[in-house]
Design a protein around this ligand. Structure first.
Ligand code: HEM
Length: 350
């Protein structure tokens, strides 16, 4: 308790430095700067209790089940709850992914499962057209796809900036400045206040880039050149694989790998499973039996989530790459139209 008080009473960069030498077992440097990733309040981080709003709102489950949350939910005289922007941004990031999951499931069905069952590209084309009636209308396309993606990425970036500013305030006091003196030359991202850049976040940015390319090729380009994408379907993708195999295989492998990995790990995080997954222990208790059991549990979770990701990739690849990619080129004027579209991106589709 004495130590807790003394740490709390030095709210400046000195805290960061002096605690390293004075308290090797418990120091502020050990505290993960991203409360969303850290386990809930535990004896190992009791020197700085987590900010209630961020930590408790990590999942809606914890909102309901954690009795401490009631103290984080204040109601103003106007009847508005007293949540800060981080609370709302976290919810925007979470719920926007639900909308994309709905579209993703439909897309998985029409581009992989149906071709897998029908075993032919032409026989599957009508189901794709049918599904478009649901997700490609002037209203449903922005609601199910465009806006959720913008909200998901935008809230992620806003959360990152806000958390950085909170971290700087917490570590370096009111100046909000990371130390620049020669004594603190280290420019590690943590020292500069940036929240940890998880594998889920990294795969998210990779996924966003390759998905943008996919949307440009399959929706943007036909809209810009033809005025609509009525002639575009599985045959257009099959034609691309037949004419430009290297570019197509590389880009669809990246799309499936990053997309399935991000979505499965993302869902694992929403369900509270990703937080306890890893190869190494995050903290040693000093008790060998407890440490061994915890390590085993973490590894089991890691393998399970990676296993589900691999299964998702395999399922999408079975129909998408196994059937559609091998559908062959389209002949006649439609084939020429496809060639014209691919030729619009000369460096890549030579
Ligand atoms: C099933 C759908 C999805 C789920 C469940 C999901 C889940 C998540 C989760 C849990 C995070 C937080 C990562 C962290 O805090 O470490 C995240 C971040 C991110 N996601 Fe997704 N996501 C989905 C779809 C997408 C899509 C479609 C894109 C892009 C096209 C995307 C791009 C990103 C990016 C760029 C970030 C990083 C934001 C940041 O922290 O800077 N996600 N996603």
């Amino acid at each position: 308790m004495e130590r807790y008080r003394s740490l709390r009473s030095v709210p400046s960069q000195e805290t960061l430095v002096s605690t390293v030498s004075n308290y090797s077992a418990v120091s502020l440097l050990e505290i993960d700067p991203t409360p969303m990733d850290s386990p809930s309040y535990s004896p190992y981080n009791k020197d700085l209790p987590p900010v209630p709003e961020e930590n408790l709102s990590d999942s809606t489950h914890s909102l309901r089940s954690n009795p401490t949350f009631s103290s984080a939910t204040t109601t103003t005289s106007l009847g508005l709850s007293g949540h800060g922007p981080i609370y709302y941004l976290m919810r925007i990031q979470r719920y926007s992914s639900y909308a994309f999951s709905l579209f993703g499931s439909l897309h998985l069905a029409t581009t992989s499962i149906i071709p897998l069952v029908a075993r032919s590209v032409p026989a599957s084309e009508s189901y794709l057209l049918l599904a478009r009636e649901i997700y490609q209308t002037p209203l449903s396309e922005p609601i199910l796809v465009g806006l959720p993606i913008i909200a998901h990425i935008g809230s992620g970036i806003a959360l990152r900036l806000l958390r950085r500013s909170h971290n700087l305030k917490r570590y370096y006091g009111e100046s909000h400045q990371a130390p620049t003196s020669s004594k603190h030359k280290s420019s590690s991202l943590v020292r500069l206040g940036w929240p940890t850049f998880s594998y889920i976040a990294a795969s998210g940015y990779g996924f966003a880039a390759i998905l943008a390319a996919h949307v440009v090729m399959n929706r943007g380009l036909p809209l810009a050149v033809e005025g609509d994408s009525a002639n575009i379907g599985l045959a257009y993708v099959a034609h691309g694989f037949a004419r430009h195999p290297v570019t197509s295989w590389v880009s669809y492998a990246a799309l499936l790998g990053l997309g399935c990995g991000h979505m499965v790990w993302g869902w694992a995080k929403w369900l509270g499973a990703a937080q306890g997954a890893g190869w190494h222990l995050e903290r040693h208790t000093g008790n060998v039996t407890v440490d061994t059991q915890t390590r085993k549990k973490r590894r089991r979770r890691l393998l399970m989530i990676n296993g589900v990701s691999a299964l998702a990739v395999a399922l999408w690849a079975a129909g998408g790459l196994g059937i559609v990619a091998r559908g062959g080129e389209t002949l006649g004027w439609v084939g020429k139209l496809y060639d014209g579209l691919y030729a619009r991106i000369p460096g890549i589709y030579a």
